[in-house]
Ligand binder design. Sequence first.
Ligand code: 6PG
Length: 465
Amino acid sequence: MTARIGIYGLGTMGSALAMNMATKGIDIAVSNLEPEMIDAFMTRSGDVSDKVTRCEDLAALVQALPTPRLILAMIPSTGPIDALIDQLMPLLDKGDTLIDAGNADFNDTRRRNEKMEAAGFHFVGLGVSGGEEGARHGPSMMFGGSADSWDGLKPILEAIAARFEGDPCVARLGPDGAGHFVKTVHNGIEYADMQMIAECYDLLRHGTGRDLAEVAQVFDGWNEGPLASYLMEITAKVLRAPDSRADGPIVDAIVDAAGQKGTGRWTVIEAVRLGQSATMIEGAVAGRAWSAERDLRAAVEKSYGNERGTVPLMSDRLEQAVLAARVLEYAQGFRILMAASAEFGWDLDAARIAEIWRAGCIIRARLLDDISAAFRAGPPQGELLLSPAFAEVLEQGIPALREVVGQAVAAGFPVPVLSGALTFWDSLRQGHGTANLIQALRDFFGRHGFDRLDGQDFHHGPWWD
Ligand code: 6PG
């Protein structure tokens, strides 16, 4: 019995992770519901097939593993994972670990963890980012589960993880749903980053009149500076790619309706539940929802037209604006993470999360190195926005952001994420805001009461005298 870990589910991501392990010299056992996918994987494993034990079904997979067993499932994190748990529990021994490496709702992970732990097993919610390429050659992985299960899995996960200057991009972030929650917020940031990129593309191409090659050049340029990131890099590549089936660039041949599997939406839902508001992620989720309303958009355009003005934007000014907005985006993401950490007693380490996002994952970006350093230095109130490391970026970038949003709004370009960034900033820098009026109204119609600035122990307006 040589296999150290079993992989169940040999779809795109499962087989890529399995191949990553085998090529790192880790002996694995593999299985899948449909046997033809096991055959396909065995063929694919080629040179490293001696590292792979083929198992016809789940029972054989369990039999092929030494105890305490480690079984990683890469199947849909919805009903199929629940069904797998039910099938597996009678086959496992106490102390065995099941890892759900899909994009699960962390609430489900907490429920599944409770069920398996009560029966003496470990359940791990593992967030895996980086797409197929990442899974095959080095993903970023966010681990939520018991310390015991981490001890067993750490050497395997560190061997297959992406590395940032030698540091493996994987960490135990907390128990139960912590890993899947962090992955969800990662995806929320991914949504906001992509929507922000799309807004910049629109402003540059249709607002300033640059052609696609010039827009691609702008993204290439940004990728050389403080905005350097995987998403900037691939944006330039995508904008340059031709349509292989017709004349013109491929981007012009794609239907303008964005899909979504749910993680961005979950981020917003959880943020609101935690009393937070991630305006930028909300803007991105809204952007995708509106994009799906193609018939309505066409009808409104037909009735009212889509006249848009020009935007006299300099690309370096836009770069400064986007950099400030990215800092605000991460500030929002980390606020959600820290709120969840307090709510669920996870003790999340913000610096370590930023560190394991520096390579392998979709949002990997140069800025994350500065963010992790800022968290390591301990910013006032634990707030990224108060870190001296970002004072200059914000002082220079906010006026640029204001200029960009102002021009976009005046010219009729929708910028839900860029404007969401500015709204967040302008709300936060108000030491004294306008909620006094909200409180007065609440008291007026519902006798809800309010606190007085002078501290007097009288909590109602004259309308109740
Ligand atoms: C990643 C990605 C990955 C997946 C998203 C896409 O980190 O590798 O986030 O998990 O591409 O889930 O999500 P949508 O389909 O919702 O855009």
